[in-house]
Design a protein around this ligand. Structure first.
Ligand code: NDP
Ligand code: ZN
Length: 351
C-alpha cells in the first residue's frame, strides 16, 4: 500500500509498505478523510519525538472498517468510524487510574505516527477497536467528522483541564483550530465572558462565531494588560492555553485570579524549564493551579463529542478552510499546515 511518510527529520515523501496485520482485538481501517495537524509538523520539522525513518504520518481520520480481529464485538467490515488520534491500551494501569493517554508510559496512548504508522495511508491499524473506534453518525459529513479525531477533543480537554464553570470569565490563548474548539467548549460549559487571543483575522471571526466576547491581539501589546483593562483589573477565572510558548505560562498566571486554573494543551517545543512568576503566584500560596495534558482518546469521548455535533450544539465545519479531493493532495495539505498561510485554519483531504 501507499503512504505519505516522514522519511527522516525534515524530510517527507511517498513510500510503499505492506498492509498492516490485524490482531484479535484490532481493526484495519481504510481512510475516507484525513487531516494534517500541527503535531505532524512538529514531528517532522522540529524533531519533536526524535528521529523516525519511513514512518507514515497522520493521526486524524475517519474511515471504513475493512477487517476486525476475532475478539472484536462492536464493529464489523463496512462500518464507517471516527478514529481518535489517541488510542489507549484500556487494560493498562494508567488507564485504570484515569489517565488513558499515558497508558504504557508518558504520552504513550498516542500511537499513530509516533510508535507505529499513522493514517495517511491506504490502510491503517487500530489497536483495541472496541475501546477506540466510534460509529460515524450518518448526519455528520466525513470532512467535518475528521475534526472529531483531535481538534475537538483536544480543545475540549483544555477546557476540562481548566475546569471551566458556568459564569466563569475565561481567556483562551491561541485560536488556531485547537483554541477555537476550546472557545466553543468554554461557551458550551457556560462561561460568561470568553477572551480569545490570536492575530489572524479569519480565526478571530470564527472565534466570535464560536462564542468569544472579545478578541485580544497579542501583537498589539501585553495580553495581560489587555485582559486587566477588560476585567476592571480583576483578571479571569480560567485560562486555556492552545498557542504561544513557554513564557505564555507567565502571562496566564499573571492574568489569573487567586483560585484560578490553567489548562494547557499547547505543545512546548523548546527550553528545559517553564517559569512561574513568584509574586503573581502568591509567593507559592495563590491557589493558582496549572494542568497540562494530552487528550484522553477512546470511544466514549468520540461518541459524546459526535453527539454534540449531531444535536447541532457544535459545528466543527467552520474550521475547514481548505478541502482537497484525492490522496495525491496529501503533501500539498501537509505543507499548508507547515506554512500556515493567513487564511488557513485547517485543511482536510477526502480520499
Ligand atoms: P496553530 O498554530 O494553528 O494556532 C496557534 C495559535 O496561537 C494561533 O492563534 C496563534 O496566533 C497563537 N499564538 C502564537 N504565538 C502566540 C503568542 N506569543 N501569544 C499568544 N498567542 C500566540 O495551532 P493548533 O491550533 O493547530 O495547535 C495548538 C497547539 O496544540 C499546538 O502546540 C499543537 O501541537 C497542540 N496540540 C496538542 C494536542 C494535545 O492533545 N494536547 C493535540 C493537538 C495539537 P496567530 O496565528 O493568529 O498569530
Ligand atoms: Zn492532531
Amino acid at each position: 500500500m501507499k503512504g505519505y511518510a516522514m522519511l527522516s527529520i525534515g524530510k517527507t515523501g511517498w513510500i510503499e509498505k505492506d498492509i498492516p496485520a490485524c490482531g484479535p482485538l484490532d481493526a484495519i481501517v481504510k481512510p475516507l478523510a484525513v487531516a494534517p495537524c500541527s503535531s505532524d509538523i512538529h514531528t517532522v520539522w522540529a524533531g519533536a519525538i526524535g528521529e523516525r525513518h519511513d514512518m507514515i504520518l497522520g493521526h486524524e481520520a475517519v474511515g471504513e472498517v475493512v477487517e476486525v480481529g476475532s475478539m472484536v464485538k462492536c464493529f464489523k467490515p463496512g462500518d464507517r468510524v471516527i478514529v481518535p488520534a489517541i488510542t489507549p491500551d484500556w487494560s493498562a494501569l494508567e488507564s485504570q487510574a484515569g489517565y488513558s493517554m499515558h497508558s504504557g508510559g508518558m504520552l504513550a496512548g498516542w500511537k499513530f505516527s509516533n510508535f507505529k504508522d499513522g493514517v495517511f495511508a491506504e490502510y491503517f491499524h487500530v489497536n483495541e477497536a472496541d475501546g477506540n473506534l466510534a460509529i460515524l453518525p450518518d448526519s455528520i459529513d466525513i470532512a467535518t467528522a475528521t475534526m472529531l479525531a483531535d481538534m475537538v477533543p483536544t480543545g475540549f480537554h483544555g477546557v476540562e483541564l481548566a475546569d471551566v464553570q458556568f459564569g466563569d470569565k475565561v481567556c483562551v490563548i491561541g485560536i488556531g483550530p485547537v483554541g477555537l474548539m476550546a472557545v466553543a467548549a468554554a461557551a458550551i460549559r457556560g462561561a460568561s465572558y470568553i477572551y480569545a487571543v490570536g492575530s489572524r483575522p479569519n480565526c478571530a471571526q470564527v472565534a466570535k462565531e464560536y462564542g468569544a466576547s472579545e478578541i485580544i491581539n497579542y501583537k498589539n501589546g501585553d495580553i495581560v494588560e489587555q485582559i486587566m483593562t477588560l476585567t476592571s483589573g480583576k483578571g479571569v477565572d480560567r485560562v486555556v492555553i492552545a498557542g504561544g510558548d513557554n513564557d505564555t505560562f507567565i502571562q496566564a498566571i499573571r492574568m489569573l485570579k487567586p483560585g484560578g486554573k490553567i489548562g494547557n494543551v499547547n505543545y512546548l517545543g523548546e527550553g528545559d524549564y517553564v517559569r512561574v512568576p513568584r509574586t503573581e503566584w502568591g509567593c507559592g500560596m495563590g491557589h493558582k493551579s496549572i494542568a497540562g495534558g494530552l487528550m484522553p482518546g477512546g470511544r466514549l469521548r468520540m461518541e459524546k463529542l459526535a453527539s454534540l455535533v449531531e444535536s447541532g450544539r457544535l459545528d466543527p465545519s467552520k474550521l475547514l478552510t481548505h478541502k482537497f479531493n484525492g490522496f495525491e493532495h496529501m503533501e500539498e495539505a501537509l505543507l499548508l499546515m507547515k506554512d500556515k498561510p493567513k487564511d488557513l485554519i485547517k485543511p482536510v483531504v477526502i480520499l
